[in-house]
Design a protein around this ligand. Structure first.
Ligand code: ADP
Length: 498
């Protein structure tokens, strides 16, 4: 199904797209959904369909879970730890070798600028795999000095088992890498479900995993929507669910996993405060805060969406941000001159637009954007970077996660006040502080209820550094050994030496 956008694709990316309808990877085989259903994935830069993809149902989930269980009990489960490292590294190498194609698929399917996908998403996905490729040979148990005489007691770390991994559409391949890397390092097998808006790079990832030589059933790819995700959560053949997505769906998944006593980690939403202190390097703070909210068209759970500026500097900061927002190049993902792409879908376009309308209705002023930028019917789903002033803490745009290019800027008087207002949210994913004063920086960092605090920067990420949420922003941590532990069970072995 050729579209206008596919004309600018490389041969490899075009071949992949035209190879559709794409199927499900279950065990060693690519197969149609048991009930034959498919869905269309859409290019948000044009609103045109890209290709058809299989829509997995509950029967496919059970088939994939059986394949994953067989791999766990077979070749993969018996493989020495060093073998897992080798395969994870091989997959990282293949992603790197195919990075141009993967960046184009991300730009086509998600709308993000191809240059950003090539500079951030793909290399970060590779780095994540490489970090976790180092872990398998370092997963050690302990010898425990128990108080019993003549007793030898030790622990073994074992993989949790078959994991269902449900990811969002904002960084499709990167989110896949965040999920599969620790699971594979721990020795688990997995069923990855990409978001229905952006299935393409996960399908390509499945092909590359086969090429890397992973035994069949270790990595299964089920494309589909929320119904497919819910079937993974409901399946008693799956031992753990790892989810990244909205808080609303996360709550439901957490409740169901609690009922089934299934292991679960949740990386959810945020309404993240970004605080500029009076002694900050204002120019750096404006630049960083701009990227902090508008990067990826604001479609990041850790976007700095609530900006607090001390009242004496408020006008300076706001005019700097508004000027940059008005100059921003918003355009199609595959255009190399694009700074910010469209939002991911018509649904998301309507959602973000309704938040902008609600801001205006409640009396806030849009000093940049606020007027869409494209249209949601037939064209791309473009929304200009929007900056609101005249916002009060209780307005909808100041309380709810918008997940789009919309920033609310609010003045404050003193540090205690801003700390209280920053924490006055259900969320607790990230927070930012701009200051040159070390004591203020670290005192405030301790007060903020957030899983990540960025000082004089925004959105720093590294596979070695834990990332996750306080409060309604989630349960558990991605990255670092914290996330490895989330894929391991601890077994204690007691031996009487009498
Ligand atoms: P968004 O609203 O931003 O699309 P969601 O939380 O709805 O975010 O989606 C994130 C991921 O969760 C996607 O892969 C989606 O298909 C999946 N999903 C949506 N609803 C459910 C559900 N009820 N159970 C499991 N997964 C779901």
């Amino acid at each position: 199904m050729p579209t206008t956008a596919t004309e600018s694709l490389s041969d490899a990316a075009r071949k992949f797209v035209e190879g559709g309808p794409h199927k499900l990877l279950i065990g060693a085989d690519w197969m149609e959904a048991a009930d034959g259903r498919t869905f269309e994935t859409v290019d948000p830069s044009t609103g045109e369909a890209i290709c058809e993809v299989a829509q997995a149902g509950a029967e496919d989930v059970e088939r994939a879970a059986q394949a994953a269980r067989a791999a766990l009990e077979g070749k993969w489960g018996k493989m020495p730890a060093a073998g897992r490292s080798l395969l994870i590294n091989r997959l990282a190498d293949l992603i790197e070798e195919n990075s141009e194609e993967l960046a184009q698929l991300e730009a086509l399917d998600n709308g993000k600028p191809v240059t950003i996908a090539g500079a951030v998403d793909i290399p970060q996905a590779v780095a994540h795999l490489r970090y976790y490729a180092g872990w398998p040979t370092k997963i050690e148990g302990e010898t425990i000095p128990v108080s019993w005489p003549n007793m030898f007691t030790y622990t073994i770390k074992e993989p949790v088992g078959v994991c269902g991994q449900i990811i969002p559409w904002n960084f499709p391949l990167l989110m896949a890498s965040w999920k599969i890397s620790p699971a594979l390092a721990a020795g688990c097998t997995l069923i990855l479900k990409p978001a229905e808006q952006t299935p393409l790079s996960a399908i390509r990832l499945g092909q590359l995993a086969q090429e890397a030589g992973f035994p069949e059933g270790v990595i299964n790819i089920l494309t589909g929507d929320g119904e497919t995700g819910a079937a993974l959560v409901d399946s008693t053949s799956i031992d753990k669910i790892a989810f990244t997505g909205s808080t609303e769906v996360g709550r439901r998944i957490g409740a169901r996993c609690g009922e089934l006593l299934k292991r679960v980690t949740l990386e959810l939403g945020g309404k993240n405060p970004n605080i500029i202190l009076p002694d900050a390097d204002v120019e750096a703070a404006i630049k960083g805060s701009f990227q902090g909210i508008y990067f990826n068209t604001g479609q990041a759970c850790n976007a700095g969406s609530r900006l607090f500026v001390q009242k004496d500097q408020f006008d300076t900061v706001v005019s700097g941000l508004a000027e940059a927002a008005k100059k921003a190049k918003v355009g199609p993902g595959l255009d190399t001159g694009t700074q910010f792409g469209p939002v991911v879908s018509k649904e998301q376009y309507e959602r973000v637009s309704s938040y902008i309308e609600s801001g205006l209705e409640q009396g806030a002023e849009a000093v940049a954007g606020g007027n869409g930028g494209g249209n949601g019917d037939g064209g791309g789903y473009f929304i200009n970077p929007t900056l609101f002033t005249g916002v009060t803490d209780d307005m909808k745009i100041a309380r709810e996660e918008i997940f789009g290019p919309v920033l609310v800027a609010m003045p404050y008087d003193d540090l205690d006040e801003v700390a209280r207002r920053a924490n006055d949210t259900d969320y607790g994913l990230a927070a930012g502080i701009w200051t040159r004063d070390v004591a203020n920086a670290h005192n405030l960092a301790r007060k903020l209820k957030a899983g990540s605090v960025y000082i004089n920067g925004w959105g720093m990420v590294d596979a070695a550094a834990p990332f996750g949420g306080y409060k309604a922003s989630g349960i558990g941590r991605e990255m670092g050994h914290a996330n490895l532990d989330a894929y391991l069970e601890v077994k204690t072995v007691w031996t009487s030496l009498k």
